[in-house]
Design a binder for this molecule. Structure first.
Ligand code: NDP
Length: 434
């Protein structure tokens, strides 16, 4: 603990994986040889840097940038960049650690990494965001590359920011290296279905979990927290499957619409106007209402998809959801449920999908974007979505099978942790002590 003092989220993520590893180590003691488990917890490289930029009023602003290159046993480091004022080393390390196992679960050749900055894009002009992205990439560019480390988006980093960062990378290196970033726009090397992939993928996972109990999303009440990239496309797929999204949120509050959330309106508010979710009830009028602060998990539902941020759903929220009859919970975000919440769901026999399995569709499609870039190809939406659906089905089935094999049927947390760990561990053993 003293080695990583003050990194609460990192401790939480490591503890959660360790809780699953007892069974695998009992069966395969060789996984403890050569300090493999200690090595897996230590990032290969951590970069922390100054990001100076000039705001619209001419003031110099300083932010702190991070890139944690966690594990490259399976392929180049791969993981998103987060711009949010809460970003610190512990958060980036927790995300990089989770990412390593998530990427392994996809079965694709990608290692794990994560980055970001404590920059708050809220209220910043387009010019300020561009200058920030350029300054961030001015340092980051020397640490990344198609065969080294391939960043993507995360909270606060979408298509606009990836575009500015790619532009700066291209300018600094004088190389059109499309495979250095994923989540790019379609006109300059992006993949169809990447924007949709994380949200769609988490809903495929839910459908497959529900099917194990002979159920599906048709007619189910669903609550999705957040209204960003993951949340928007989770809602889109839920609606396509006949589910009814009754609530979504942002960091200021949540809206409830008993008639089913009007997704086009939410997209207009969030993707086009970049406004607050409170605008929804103002524009929609009757049937919808906005609740400032408060917990979105008080809204009764059968399926819950937390898709905003870490630790947004605690034990009390989980008990409320269980009392209201929730059947399935799928983590669209990374570690949105506290350990106590996960225990509450598992004790109540609620189907629970951990983020490293349920939200892996985004990074999987990023790996498909890398494939398209490497072969200078561009696949159709249908072909890409089909691959995504196959990968999510495979992740679900791998987690379920692994949980059975290790004597914990239905425990997707254990299944995901063990299956991801085994892939990384096998590669690390093969590569020697490095
Ligand atoms: P976005 O920035 O697009 O959206 C984030 C949403 O969550 C916004 O509605 C935001 O509200 C809300 N939010 C962010 N921080 C907080 C907070 N501290 N408290 C309450 N609400 C908050 O991010 P993404 O949709 O890309 O990411 C959401 C989650 O999904 C993250 O955990 C991310 O790591 C994870 N994820 C994302 C992937 C991707 O492909 N994008 C892939 C896999 C996981 P506001 O606008 O008010 O800040």
């Amino acid at each position: 603990l003293h080695r990583n003092a003050g990194e609460a989220e990192f401790h939480q993520a490591v503890r959660e994986v360790f809780e699953s590893l007892g069974r695998v180590v009992a069966k395969h003691p060789a996984y403890t040889d050569q300090a493999l488990i200690e090595r897996i917890c230590e990032p290969e490289r951590q970069i922390i840097f100054r990001v100076p930029w000039v705001d619209d009023s001419g003031q110099v602003q300083i932010n702190r940038g991070f890139r944690v290159q966690f594990n490259s046993a399976l392929g180049p480091y791969k993981g998103g960049i987060r711009f949010h004022p809460s970003v610190n080393l512990g958060i980036i390390k927790f995300l990089g650690f989770e990412q390593t196992f998530k990427n392994a679960l996809t079965g694709l050749p990608i290692g794990g990494g994560k980055g970001g900055a404590d920059f708050n894009p809220r209220g910043r002009s387009d010019g300020e965001v561009m200058r920030f992205c350029q300054s961030f990439m001015t340092e980051l560019h020397r640490h990344i590359g198609e065969y080294i480390d391939v960043p993507a988006g995360d909270i606060g980093v979408g298509g606009r920011e990836i575009g500015y960062m790619f532009g700066q990378y291209k300018r600094l290196t004088n190389r059109y290296e499309a495979g250095v970033l994923t989540g790019k726009g379609l006109v300059y090397g992006g993949s169809r279905a990447r924007k949709e992939a994380t949200g769609y993928g988490t809903v495929y996972f839910v459908e497959r979990m529900l099917a194990t109990r002979g159920a599906d999303l048709e007619g189910k009440r669903v609550v999705v927290s957040g209204s960003g990239n993951v949340a928007l496309y989770a809602m889109e797929k839920i609606i396509a499957y006949g589910g009814i999204v009754v609530a979504c949120s942002d960091s200021s509050g949540y809206i409830v619409d008993e008639n089913g959330v009007d997704l086009e309106l939410v997209k207009m508010i969030k993707e086009v106007r970049r406004e607050r979710i409170s605008e929804y009830s103002r524009l929609k009028g009757t049937g919808a209402h906005y609740i400032e602060n408060g917990s979105i998990w008080d809204v009764p539902c059968e399926v819950a998809i937390p898709s905003a941020t870490q630790n947004e759903l605690d034990g009390k929220d989980a008990r409320t959801l269980v009392k209201n009859g929730v059947m399935a919970v799928s983590e669209g975000a990374n570690m949105p449920c506290t350990p106590e919440a996960v225990q509450v769901f598992q004790a109540a026999n609620v189907l629970f999908a951990p983020g490293k399995a349920a939200n892996a569709g985004g990074v999987a499609t990023s790996a498909l974007e890398m494939q398209q870039n490497a072969s200078r190809d561009s696949w159709s939406f249908e072909r890409t979505e089909e691959r995504l659906a196959d990968i999510m089905r495979d992740i679900h089935d791998t987690c379920a099978r692994t949980a059975d094999e290790y004597g914990a049927p239905g425990n997707y947390v254990l299944g995901a942790n063990i299956a991801g760990f085994v892939r990384v561990a096998e590669a690390m053993r093969a590569l020697g002590v490095i």
